[in-house]
Design a protein around this ligand. Structure first.
Ligand code: GUN
Length: 283
């Protein structure tokens, strides 16, 4: 078994983004990212802090809007409108989940498609379907980078995705399909899940349940990608995969932490750079 080092792969992506950012700066362009966070969810605060740090590492301009939990939909919409019109801002990200009284769909639909660095807007989601996209959703795109780092050719391979969320499962399946894998999406209502996961050459677990994928569910020599970020019975950070038991069965596996997590942020940086280039007509 070999570990897939998400920290190393993400560092390489960020260094490439930084180098391209320096070239843009010579043309007088500094990529700018605005991050909106509403309320005080501790996990979201950590994610947002890491996004700001990555912007600094890459040489981007970044602004954080930390809004109180009582913010109204109108106030949030007005901020998005202002950022849509702000020329210094190339990318807009509204950290999810939002407090219950706010509608995340309304916010996502309001972000200008050309500034939608999460690729959550329906127009960008549709573009991914037909393979004509500007932005790829950060987590699935980061996972593709991790798979590429193993040297795996996906053509003709069986890929199984556990989870069907709009953020990870569904777009993940599409990206695997674009690279000629035979893809199966499974979920909580799937019958005989184990029989399906055991057929996977590439297994992506995005379930949100600690140590859900056990060794008997994994094919010998599989590439296992763990998108989970959970706490185990002792409060320790763990993924959706029972790492200690699964690791000896697979050819490659991502650790938690240090696997998929750092990649999501690196791909956000890449999308922000892409947004800056698009908005300035640079190829
Ligand atoms: N919350 C959890 N993951 C994400 C993400 O990728 N983007 C945003 N905006 N919110 C999230």
């Amino acid at each position: 078994m070999q570990l897939i080092d998400g920290k190393a792969v993400s560092k390489a992506v960020k260094e490439q983004v930084k180098a391209e950012c320096e070239l843009l700066k010579e043309k007088g362009i500094t990529p700018g990212l605005a991050v909106i966070i509403v309320g005080d969810d501790p996990a979201s605060q950590v994610y947002v802090r890491n996004k700001e740090k990555a912007c600094e590492e890459c040489g981007f301009y970044s602004v954080k809007y930390a809004l109180p939990a009582e913010t109204t939909q109108d106030e949030l919409n007005a901020l998005v409108d202002r950022l849509n019109a702000d020329e210094r801002i190339n990318g807009i990200l509204c950290q999810l989940p939002l407090p219950k009284h706010l509608d995340d769909k309304e916010v996502i639909n309001r972000i200008a498609t050309i500034k939608d660095v999460d690729a959550f807007h329906p127009v960008n989601v549709g573009a991914i379907m037909i393979g004509e996209y500007n932005f790829l959703p950060c987590t699935p795109a980061g996972i593709m980078e991790l798979i590429h780092s193993t040297g795996t050719d996906l053509t003709g391979k069986k890929a199984v995705v556990i989870g069907r969320s709009n953020i990870v499962g569904k777009p993940m399946a599409m990206l695997l399909l674009h690279e000629n894998a035979t893809v199966e999406i499974t979920h909580s209502k799937t019958v005989d899940l184990k029989e399906i996961t055991k057929s996977a050459d590439i297994l992506v677990a995005a379930v949100g349940r600690a140590k859900f994928v056990t060794a008997d569910m994994v094919k010998d020599g599989a590439v296992v990608i763990d998108v989970g970020m959970n706490r185990d019975e002792n409060g320790k950070l763990c993924g959706d995969v029972d790492f200690d038991n699964v690791k000896d069965k697979c050819s490659f596996i991502t650790p938690v932490p240090g696997g998929v997590g750092p990649m999501t942020i690196a791909m956000l940086m890449r999308n922000t750079l892409t947004a800056a280039k698009l908005q300035n007509n640079i190829k």
